[in-house]
Write a protein that binds this ligand. Structure first.
Ligand SMILES: Nc1nc2c(ncn2[C@@H]2O[C@H](COP(=O)(O)OP(=O)(O)OP(=O)(O)O)[C@@H](O)[C@H]2O)c(=O)[nH]1
Ligand SMILES: [Mg+2]
Length: 431
């Protein structure tokens, strides 16, 4: 049980007895009005040198929910209240113990679904994003000062650096921002994981491939067209991303079978279509031993604008499928021999990441941070354009101020309550 607040000592003493020296542990008898109910370890961390910046006590009692409940009741009876989700980290932020990028990194460290996601959270906690924001801020403040000087004394040749040099410095800011924005897909996939769906015509070999990628027989496979009716999902844990793989009901080409499509199959298809709209990557599975039919062509067209890999199955049989020349990212597999399956699995992380953000770069895993970088980049680029195209220093300086506002938002200077509410609501209680 973790308790935080100003002047916490009397409350903790009333429940746990005497306090240990700051940042040490003491064996304590836990009591309420009815008497001693357990024995546990008390750690005492008086503010401001604590996680929240307030007095913090941590009490380790025995794990029986009845004891935990009683400890909670005892603390509440003395004036404490249960914390809201993320409230400890929110207080740490409000008390200046960490900036907003580090607070988000705490959330990522708790929620990361892959080793790569944990590494991104670690970099965030170490302040990599905050440090880049500081550097960019210094640059923008310098630029604003130089532009203001030009505006104040227009007659004098005060522009030390010259318009072109100022514009080049703004370009560099815009490039850093663009790189951070581009890293968001990789960051999100590493931290939150990704959804990948197998789609395609009936009998194409989707369920066979699903099982082969997973390395176990999870979905039913049969020569009967329309075997898969429900969406079947399973987790494929890769080092760089936790992938949730979905197998879906196959689509039938041409005229529906006699008596119309079975309502259960139709419902399965509708479910698949809804789910497919949300995934990060599609594996469009086409049978290599059959010519491309109307259904296959329609699927190729329908998915052309989305992140996808095209998988040609039945490579152990003579090839009769001819793909249009403009179809890219084609993988060929034969499930009975295993040909191409490992290569396809290995290709998933790169296909999910989009552009590789590289080693040293800032990797942004939060949508909020991505948006802040996007606004920073837009305004830095517009300021540079104003200096180049004769918009003038007055226009440029306004854009530089907008860029600074975006940076302030990134680290949480002057951030509005509503933004904080949304951010910390995603934490679990007790963090
Ligand atoms: N020779 C060969 N047969 C395959 C291959 N992949 C799948 N099959 C066979 O093709 C048939 C259909 O495979 P499924 O995996 O059930 O196909 P599906 O796309 O899931 O079919 P629906 O669920 O009906 O849409 C089965 O008899 C499989 O054994 C392959 O690469 N080579
Ligand atoms: Mg199937």
């Amino acid at each position: 049980m973790r308790v935080s607040g100003p002047d916490l000592a009397p409350l903790v003493r009333a429940v746990c007895g005497p306090l240990p020296a700051p940042r040490t542990v003491r064996l304590s008898r836990l009591r309420d009005d009815a008497g001693v109910f357990d024995e546990g370890l008390l750690t005492w961390m008086p503010g401001p040198a604590s996680y929240t910046g307030e007095d913090v006590a941590e009490i380790s009692c025995h794990g029986n929910p009845l004891i935990v409940e009683r400890l909670l009741d005892a603390l509440v009876a003395r004036g404490a209240r249960p914390a809201h989700p993320g409230e400890f980290t929110r207080r740490a932020f409000l008390n200046g113990r960490m900036d907003l990028t580090r607070a988000e990194a705490v959330l990522q460290a708790i929620a990361a679904t892959s080793p790569a996601g944990l590494a991104i959270a670690r970099a965030g906690l170490d302040g990599r994003i905050a440090a880049q924001a500081d550097t960019l801020r210094d640059t923008l403040v310098d630029l604003a000062a130089e532009l203001e000087a030009v505006l104040d004394y227009p007659g004098e040749d005060l522009l030390v650096a010259g318009d072109a040099a100022l514009a080049a410095r703004l370009d560099a800011v815009a490039e850093d921002a663009a790189r951070a924005v581009a890293s968001h897909r990789a960051g999100r996939v590493a931290v939150e994981g990704a959804k990948v769906a197998l789609i395609g015509p009936v009998n194409a070999g989707k369920s066979s491939l699903f099982n082969a990628l997973l390395g176990r027989d999870r979905a039913l496979v049969s020569p009967v067209a329309g075997t898969t009716r429900d969406v079947v999902e399973s987790v494929l844990a890769l080092p760089t991303a936790r992938v949730v793989l979905y197998d879906t009901a196959g689509e039938r080409a041409g005229t529906p079978p006699e008596g119309g499509i079975d309502p259960i199959e139709a419902a399965g298809l509708a479910l698949g279509a809804r789910m497919v709209a949300e995934v990060d990557l599609l594996l469009l599975v086409l049978p290599g031993h059959r010519p491309l039919d109307e259904g296959g062509s329609a699927l190729l067209e329908r998915t052309a604008g989305r992140p996808r890999l095209v998988v040609v199955t039945h490579a152990d049989l003579p090839r009769r499928l001819v793909l249009p020349a403009d179809v890219e990212d084609v993988h060929v597999v034969a499930v009975p021999t295993g040909e191409g399956v490992d290569a396809l699995r290995d290709a998933l992380p790169a296909a999910l990441r989009g552009e590789d953000p590289g080693e040293a770069a800032v990797i942004v895993a939060s949508q909020r941070q991505r948006d802040a970088y996007a606004r920073l980049g837009e305004n830095a680029a517009a300021a540079a354009a104003a200096l180049r195209d004769g918009g003038g220093p007055a226009v440029a300086v306004e854009r530089v101020y907008e860029a600074l506002t975006a940076l302030d938002g990134l680290v949480g200077r002057d951030t509005r309550e509503a933004v904080l509410d949304r951010l910390f609501a995603r934490f679990c209680i007790g963090k």
